[in-house]
Design a protein around this ligand. Structure first.
Ligand SMILES: Cc1ncc(COP(=O)(O)O)c(C=O)c1O
Length: 449
């Protein structure tokens, strides 16, 4: 079978996510036969360097031998079991380890299957907690401009990227949206921390006005990924933690994209030295192998639900594949790699290399900013460097970078006009160089009129 044969079969029965399917009249879908390390291989033998970790899930490469071996062993023992009334070793071990590695005080783990489901769980738990305390007026959530938390209806409602949200707005619960700390918008000469701290005044005033009707503030710590890899300073999280305590509002840290080393620390919250009331994890949790998510919360929260059955305080949120044994085992193998290798320190060296190699983009006449947070580098393309006038979205310049890069064997998938690198942690020097060179040439190709 060739690419073309699979592509034909695919397009006659499948409907792909985040895709205008008509685009595939001009650009063929790419069927992948196998993966190895940072490389994906199609049915015609073409290779693609996975510079975006397959939507930010892959940490230690495709077909990772350690995770493969763990899964093969798990398959021979238990694939899945109902997670109500039953349990199993991988789920227990994984919860113990997650409690150990996340900020102190997050002592309870609730599993779900995907990132969006974890967000739904955190929202419902927060609301339900206040109800348990008799505070039924608390029904709202505060969210930051340009944030993204997934695409199920609750998660979509607390996100703010209009591309995903606008059409479905009539279906969504009302939220309170606050202008964010995204440092792309800082004044000339203003530091990240000055800008992020200054922007906190807007959050403070929203909390002041709405605290008695608000359950929680939900944020993506340090990097708003789907919103164009926009970044902000940890000071904002510190101020937010203190304010949430002052106003009696929960803090939900959505670390689904940034957790597991992406920002340079195991979890982004560590850089602000804060403990959220809820931490949502997914994506890298299983090393990019299987869908699994987890919500961590405190004993205080857990205890508010712990009562006689007749009080009807049980947290009723159940997915069929909750705590799937194979997924938990993949996650354990992933955490094992963190334990047995000095991953966070190795990533520091990788991140420094990415910084060095990406310096050249600063001088490009159509690049407004090159920004970095740990293992994430983003390059903001603009029509006019001086005024920062963006390219009209209809021109789809980022898409031109995508197609160019694919033709040169690199999978980059810009977010609008933001080209970014978020590679698996096993990328080597030559591969980094290739990724950056192809991005440079792709940008040259995309900005010509
Ligand atoms: C910060 C954040 N939260 C939630 C989600 C949703 O996760 P999922 O796509 O697994 O539902 C994403 C996905 O990109 C994300 O980046």
């Amino acid at each position: 079978m060739t690419n073309q044969q699979y592509a034909g079969r695919d397009l006659s029965v499948l409907w792909h996510p985040c895709t205008q399917m008509k685009d595939h009249e001009s650009f063929p879908i790419i069927p992948i036969k196998s993966g190895q390390g940072v490389w994906l291989v199609d049915f015609d033998g073409n290779r693609y360097l996975d510079a975006i970790s397959s939507w930010w899930v892959n940490l230690f490469g495709h077909a990772n031998p350690t995770i493969n071996a763990a899964l093969k062993d798990q398959l021979d023992n238990l694939e899945h079991v109902i997670f109500a009334g039953f349990s199993h070793e991988p789920a227990i071990k994984l919860a113990e380890q997650l409690v150990n590695i996340t900020p102190e005080g997050l002592s309870r783990v609730f599993y779900a299957e995907i990132g969006s489901a974890a967000v739904e769980v955190a929202l419902k738990m927060s609301f339900h907690y206040w109800r348990n305390l008799g505070k039924a007026r608390k029904t709202k959530f505060i969210t930051l401009e340009n944030s993204y938390h997934g695409e199920t209806l609750g998660a979509l409602a607390v996100g703010n990227v209009s591309l995903y949200k606008e059409t479905y707005e009539p279906l969504l619960m009302e939220t309170i949206s606050v202008p964010g700390p995204d440092c792309y918008n800082r004044e000339a000469g203003e530091s990240w921390s000055e800008y992020s701290a200054r922007r906190f005044a807007l959050m403070e005033s929203a909390l002041q006005r709405h605290a008695d009707e608000v359950c929680a503030v939900i944020v993506e710590p340090l990097v708003q990924c789907a919103g164009g890899m926009r970044m902000y300073d940890p000071i904002y999280l510190q101020l937010l933690r203190k304010a949430c305590d002052r106003y009696g509002v929960h803090l939900i840290a959505d670390e689904i994209a940034v957790g597991f080393g992406r920002t340079g620390t195991m979890f982004a919250c560590e850089q602000a030295e804060i403990r959220p009331d809820f931490m949502c994890l997914s994506k890298g949790l299983t090393g990019g192998y299987l869908p699994l998510s987890a919500v961590l919360t405190t004993d205080k929260l857990y205890q508010s639900f712990y009562d006689e059955y007749q009080t009807l305080k049980s947290f009723l949120h159940s997915h069929s594949y909750t705590g799937n044994a194979l997924a938990c085992r993949a996650a354990l193998a992933t955490l094992g790699i963190f334990q047995h290798n000095d991953v966070i320190n190795q990533n520091r060296r990788l991140a420094a290399r990415m910084a060095k190699l990406s310096e050249r983009f600063n001088s490009h006449p159509n690049v407004a900013e090159v920004r970095q947070c740990g293992m994430i580098v983003a390059i903001e393309l603009v029509k006019n460097k001086q005024t920062r006038e963006p390219y009209p979205w209809q021109e789809r310049r980022g898409l031109l970078v995508y197609h160019y890069a694919l033709s040169k064997g690199v999978l980059l998938r810009p977010l609008g006009n933001v080209v970014y690198f978020m590679p698996p942690y096993v990328i080597n020097e030559d591969e980094l160089q290739l990724m950056v060179d192809v991005a440079w040439n792709g940008i040259q190709y995309a900005v010509q009129d």
